[in-house]
Design a protein. Structure first.
Length: 251
């Protein structure tokens, strides 16, 4: 196991170091600029991901140390808020279904200043591509977090024939390899997936960059304090009240 640990640690560290170099070179600045401009104009960051990429939306929205004007769009809401049967949440059928997008989109209230942050390792499933297209059609900028190696190696599943990376205004490569896993175990099997790790890192880099930019402008960044420390709820509730249902989530 120690050899596998060393190999996996190397694979993860190499990708995080590569992201660090991109940050130092200003590679994330366009995305940070877009986020800060949105917040300064009263916008909310609308985060979306399906499958394991839901973790990216959870890193962006509603967590300690995160920006308060954020909202996670979740496919499960077509059941919790809409009319779909809970059985449709099983498997990957719903995330591949482009017809769900208008229904999902209609469950929320969006402002013209909102920016969409959409994460998908493959970047080709119907709901991912469909939501990006719908957001763009309504005039919202889209930031994509995806694996360029993977998405360029597979066929789009949306009827438009497009990938998320071909729709977004800004594309951030999560550095995951084709198939996501990094450690071969023989017999065609591999493990050590990295897309969730790098996507979470990217989410935090964007949050840090935006918060620092706002602070540099002489303003107080609207950041969540952990609800599990004294005064957390009071601080958070006061700022959340500015956005009301626009950032409300069921979970």
């Amino acid at each position: 196991m120690s050899a596998l640990l060393a190999d996996f640690s190397t694979e993860v560290r190499r990708r995080l170091d590569d992201l660090d170099q991109e940050v130092r070179a200003g590679g994330l600045d366009p995305a940070i600029d877009l986020i800060v401009s949105s917040l300064q104009h009263g916008g909310v960051l609308q985060a979306f991901g399906t499958g394991h990429s839901q973790a990216f939306a959870m890193e962006v929205a509603g967590r300690a140390g995160g920006l308060i004007p954020t909202h996670a769009i979740a496919l499960r809401d077509v059941v919790l808020r809409g009319d779909r049967d809970v059985s449709e949440l099983r498997g990957a059928t719903l995330e591949r279904d482009e017809s769900v997008v208008d229904e999902l989109y209609g469950l929320y209230s969006f402002d013209p200043a909102d920016v969409f942050l959409i994460a998908s390792n493959s970047g080709v499933n119907g709901s991912i591509v469909g939501l990006a297209l719908r957001a763009k059609a309504d005039g919202h900028p889209v930031i994509a977090v995806t694996s360029l190696e993977h998405t360029n190696a597979v066929t789009p599943k949306h009827s438009s024939g497009k990938r998320l990376s071909e729709i977004a205004d800004i594309v951030i490569d999560n550095r995951a390899p084709f198939g996501d896993t990094t450690i071969g175990l023989g017999e065609g099997l591999s493990a050590g997936a990295v897309s969730s790790i790098t996507a979470a890192y990217i989410a935090q880099l964007l949050t840090l960059g935006a918060a620092q930019r706002i602070r540099d402008a002489g303003e107080v960044p609207p950041l969540y304090i952990s609800a599990n420390i004294p005064g957390g709820d009071t601080h958070n509730d006061a700022l959340k009240a500015r956005y009301g249902d626009r950032i409300a989530g069921l979970a």
